[in-house]
Design a protein around this ligand. Structure first.
Ligand code: ATP
Length: 248
């Protein structure tokens, strides 16, 4: 097995009286695709936020490639190659796809001026190639707001790839997408893992998707790590089944 890239150890986070993460630990080896599941409110998004520096931890540590992240800011963590996407897409609806890609290039956000000044050919080449990778090459000059929700998710994924991440945390990448596009998106996630070597940790409610995609699955319930194992073990784990039935 490859070496550990992301190592979360004993992470706790409380909001007022709500214990959203209670001493959560997990680790993801470099080059793997891991899943994170759990009923609504079990603490999955809170854990993603903790990993990428959106909020300070109450306790615990997050190490990425051996370095402690828990005191770093979001931007510093992103520069180390660890990025996340969101349940709701975050594309710029008034801009076309190319402009969305350009503004996602490292350093672009620091100077909006760059948008008007034009970008270097290398950035544009990379943007074009990645739009092609996600199947949006025909939509280069279409405003993101005119894309379907599923296409916006593909665009958001391509925007994340502009940063050449080492690891992506994906928060429900298939939520709200029609079944045809879901298969395309899964295929792209797998290819990003195989072709670019990007390690993935994926929150997913769609069991068919995560069972097919992930090498290994962690399951949270009530803020705690309930179980982890290969998909076939998780599928039959009575604790996991009970957690979902109890939450239904
Ligand atoms: N900023 C916040 N302020 C207060 N409570 C919060 C905050 N963020 C999360 N929580 C609470 O923490 C708990 C865990 O929420 P979280 O969003 O992490 O769960 P989740 O597993 O991602 O849920 P879902 O599957 O519905 O997205 C919930 O009880 C939620 O209400």
């Amino acid at each position: 097995m490859s070496r550990v890239l992301l190592d979360v150890s004993g992470v706790s986070k409380t909001f007022g009286g709500v214990v959203a993460n209670d001493r959560v630990s997990l680790s993801v080896p470099e080059g793997a695709i891991y899943g994170l599941i759990g009923p609504n409110g079990s603490g999955k998004t809170t854990l993603f936020n903790a990993i990428v520096g959106y909020h300070p931890l109450d306790a615990g540590s997050v190490r990425f490639d051996g370095a402690e992240l828990s005191r770093l800011r979001v931007g510093d963590i992103a520069r180390r190659g660890l990025l996340r996407t969101f349940q709701q897409t975050r594309v710029y609806v008034g801009m076309d796809c190319m402009a969305n890609m350009r503004i996602s290039a490292p350093g672009a956000r620091a100077g909006l001026r760059g948008l008007f000044r034009g970008f270097d050919p290398e950035t544009d080449d990379q943007a074009g190639e990645l739009l092609e990778f996600v199947g949006l090459q025909d939509k280069r000059h279409v405003r993101a707001g005119e894309l379907s929700f599923g296409q916006q998710k593909l665009l958001e994924f391509a925007m994340a790839l502009m940063n050449r991440p080492r690891m992506l945390l994906l928060d429900e990448p298939t939520a709200g997408i029609n079944p045809t596009l879901i298969n395309g998106l899964i295929d792209r996630l797998r290819r990003a893992n195989e072709t670019f070597g990007i390690t993935l940790l994926v929150i997913e409610h769609n069991m068919r998707v995560i069972m097919n995609l992930a090498d290994h699955i962690y399951c949270l319930a009530h803020g705690r790590m309930l179980a982890d194992g290969p998909p076939e073990a998780i599928r039959g784990d009575q604790r996991v089944i009970d957690a979902y039935l109890g939450a239904a």
